[in-house]
Design a protein around this ligand. Structure first.
Ligand SMILES: [Fe+2]
Ligand SMILES: [Fe+2]
Length: 263
């Protein structure tokens, strides 16, 4: 599979029917961030309950600024991650030979464009700046630079998107901000399809993979794990129990593809 010379088909042929089901879903569940999200609402960076616990230490304005800064760290890096997803799907669209796999990836490209749009609009509204996390950027570059489709898909759809989904679910449950909960609910609708795509495609491709091929991908995931641990050393702090749970999910999905997670 190479990126520069796609396979030309002479008619519509479908090799992986489960991917056509995903493609039907992605057409049905498209959404418009301009009309389905009420952007006129101000961002609520904290709940009254959480402020009550610190009001002896911070004024409301200072606490608001502090929480906005924390959000900016997380969402700047999610914003970068969404751009990485778009770039990787664009590469993969020309690498994979099957038509229905191209359809799923083309759909994911517009999904990721929408995610970049919503997180970009959210950051603009938040009005706080934060740097991109260099080890995370290094991890993303590692994914962009590999020429193995399996490494890209395991790295993006299973590993990075698995972590993003864990973070989104936590924000959906805990965030005091209705605007953020609304946009994350819509983003999660797309992300569940992306995770499903990774599992369906690699289950099919790796069914007859040799031990050496499996080992190559497992070693690659172990390297991503190391880079991610480095990334979370700053500014998110050490890998916490929430991330441990997320890693369990990633391990489960790798097992479905017939891969082991070696840390
Ligand atoms: Fe995304
Ligand atoms: Fe995604």
């Amino acid at each position: 599979m190479t990126e520069t010379r796609p396979t030309w088909h002479k008619k519509l042929t479908i090799d992986i029917p489960a991917e056509m089901d995903l493609y039907e879903k992605l057409k049905t569940y498209q959404w418009n961030a301009s009309t389905e999200i009420d952007w006129s609402r101000p961002i609520q960076n904290f709940s009254e309950e959480s402020y009550a616990a610190v009001k002896g230490t911070y004024s409301r304005e200072d606490y608001d600024r502090l929480r906005a800064q924390e959000r900016a760290f997380t969402f700047t890096n999610l914003f970068v991650g969404e751009q990485a997803a778009l770039a990787l799907c664009a590469q993969l669209t020309n690498m994979v030979p099957e038509m229905e796999t191209k359809f799923c990836l083309a759909g994911q490209i517009i999904d990721e464009a929408r995610h970049i749009e919503v997180f970009g609009r959210y950051l603009e509204k938040l009005g706080a700046d934060a740097p991109a996390n260099e080890p995370l950027v290094e991890l993303i570059h590692r994914l962009l630079d590999t020429d193995h489709y399996g490494e890209k898909i395991v790295g993006m759809q299973i590993f990075l998107e698995g972590i993003a989904v864990g973070l989104f679910q936590r924000f959906q449950e805990d965030s005091p901000d209705p605007l953020l909960r609304d946009l994350i609910k819509l983003v999660l609708r797309d992300e569940s399809r992306h995770a499903a795509f990774g599992v369906i495609y690699l289950q099919d491709k790796f069914r007859d993979a040799s031990v050496a091929e499996r080992r190559q991908i497992e070693d690659f995931v172990a390297e991503l794990w190391r880079l991610f641990n480095h990334a979370t050393a700053s500014p998110f702090g050490p890998v916490n129990p929430f991330l441990q749970e997320t890693f369990k999910d990633i391990k489960h999905r790798l097992n479905l593809i017939g891969l082991e997670l070696r840390s």
